[in-house]
Design a protein around this ligand. Structure first.
Ligand code: Y43
Ligand code: MG
Length: 215
């Protein structure tokens, strides 16, 4: 991947596309996604790990297009839910899940636990409660169909799940993800701030570092 290239990202998630487009634009690269290739078959994300799913998406699309493809599999691991929703983050609330229905399900599950008498561990000045520690995970896989090889990297960011949403930026679970370091939710960060600290931003930085040192 170098300046002037077009990077194919095997995703149908508009939020991911925006973040990759923002990150690669700074490096002089354009991004295309599955929105530009609507006729490719869906890939079943039945892997047990984020990394496995990322490889599966990259390989399916890379083999179909005959060119290198980057895929991202990511999600949220919530400590008090024993790591759920994890690899099921996108379909947490069922097959026709949306970000809104997934966020509602997450709060429902955590509030169920509170009914059992477990104490909330912090309250913000506006009354928002922090319900559990959590982390976002991102696995990236860059697949080259010419030689069948993968370059892979992962990134993580730790935060706390909030009892009510805040912020309009980002996507997915961002409005419920509190960053004590920034005293804001992930959805209240600018694109640059999110890239600097997010699971996806960190995974991408590591992947690019690896590719550079392999040259
Ligand atoms: O930065 C993030 N901020 C908030 N939420 C996030 C983030 N990154 C992943 N997530 C959530 C969204 C979705 O519920 C799941 C990803 O699932 P995942 O299968 O990797 O993506 P997807 O199905 O939306 O698109 P695709 O597979 O076509 O790339 O984790
Ligand atoms: Mg998916």
């Amino acid at each position: 991947m170098r300046s002037g290239d077009t990077v194919v990202v095997a995703t149908k998630n508009a939020g991911k596309v925006r973040e990759f487009a923002h990150a690669f634009a700074k490096l002089g690269m354009d991004v295309v996604s599955m929105f530009d290739y609507p006729n490719l078959p869906d890939v079943e994300e039945d892997g047990l790990t984020f990394a496995e799913n990322a490889r599966k998406k990259a390989k399916a699309v890379g083999d179909a297009l005959g060119q290198p493809v980057l895929a991202d599999d990511s999600g949220l691991e919530v400590v008090r839910l024993q790591g759920e929703p994890g690899v099921y983050s996108a379909r947490y609330s069922g097959e026709s899940a949306t970000d809104a229905s997934n966020n509602a399900k997450l709060l429902e599950e955590l509030k169920k636990l509170d009914a059992g008498g477990v104490e909330r561990f912090q309250t913000l000045e506006d009354g928002t409660e922090l319900l559990s520690e959590a982390r976002f995970v991102c696995a990236l896989a860059l697949y080259d169909p010419k030689d069948g090889t993968f370059a892979e990297a992962e990134g993580y960011v730790a935060g706390d799940i909030m009892s009510k949403p805040r912020g309009e930026g980002g996507f997915g679970y961002d409005p419920l993800f509190w960053l004590v370091s920034h005293h804001r939710s992930m959805a209240e960060l600018t694109k640059d701030e999110k890239q600097a600290i997010s699971h996806r931003g960190r995974a991408l930085a590591r992947l690019l570092e690896q590719l550079k040192s392999a040259e």
